[in-house]
Design a protein around this ligand. Structure first.
Ligand code: ATP
Ligand code: NCN
Length: 191
């Protein structure tokens, strides 16, 4: 059964930090592929400054185009908003019965997982691959049967940083793919 890792995010825009994680999970774990699931709106985040979801999807597609085992998904675009991960997983499970879905998340998300909708069901029914984030205390989660801690390399960068830098006309050449920068320019995004 194909094992597919799901990496959820706003990707506003996608940056090298996201790409390192997707690439590590797709090539250095037992996952066969990774899907970047573009969230129309994160249930715990403010909508202000959020780029159009189709533009965010296109940027994620452009950035991952060269990687055969990384794909992008717009599955949450048609589901009720804000998108709760458990609802998306349930939907995907029904739509793709031949795939085994694994949730990918940062240690920062693990710390707040108990605030997520139906997190007990999520932990009971799905495996979660966790990548490290600085200063995140994962105490209490060690040895949990559904959780695998990975040694994903870390790159401290955020989309917020990228949007600000781009607005100020600073160089983001090695932080965002060239074709994504061209797309942001052509659409006059984040200015
Ligand atoms: N540099 C990074 N290293 C590891 N994980 C990251 C990094 N940046 C973001 N993530 C994680 O990737 C997922 C998707 O991120 P998201 O699209 O919300 O980006 P972000 O860079 O945190 O955005 P923003 O700055 O707009 O809040 C989240 O779980 C987030 O914690
Ligand atoms: O399901 C939930 O209750 C829930 C609560 C917060 C976040 N999420 C998911 O986690 C993803 C990453 O969140 P964040 O805050 O680290 O960007 C986000 O895109 C959502 O899909 C999900």
């Amino acid at each position: 059964m194909a094992k597919t890792g799901l990496f959820f995010g706003s990707f506003n825009p996608i940056h090298v930090g996201h790409m390192i994680i997707a690439s590590y999970m797709a090539n250095y774990t037992d996952l066969d592929e990774v899907w970047l699931v573009v969230s129309p709106q994160n249930p715990l985040k403010n909508k202000k400054g959020l780029g159009n979801m189709y533009d965010r999807l296109e940027m994620a597609r452009l950035a991952t185009e060269p990687a055969e085992n990384i794909k992008v998904s717009d599955i949450e675009f048609t589901l009720p908003q804000p998108s709760y991960t458990i609802d998306t997983l349930t939907y995907l499970h029904e739509k793709y019965p031949a795939k085994k879905f694994v949730l990918i998340m940062g240690a920062d998300n693990l710390v707040s997982l108990k605030k997520w909708k139906n997190y007990e069901v999520l932990l009971k029914d799905y495996s979660i691959y966790v990548y490290p984030r600085p200063e995140c205390d994962i105490a209490g989660w060690e040895g949990h049967p559904s959780i695998t801690f990975t040694e994903t390399p870390q790159m401290e960068i955020s989309s917020t940083f990228i949007r600000k830098a781009f607005k100020e006309n600073k160089n983001i050449q090695f932080l965002v793919s060239e074709n994504v920068i061209a797309f942001m320019d052509s659409k006059n995004m984040y200015r």
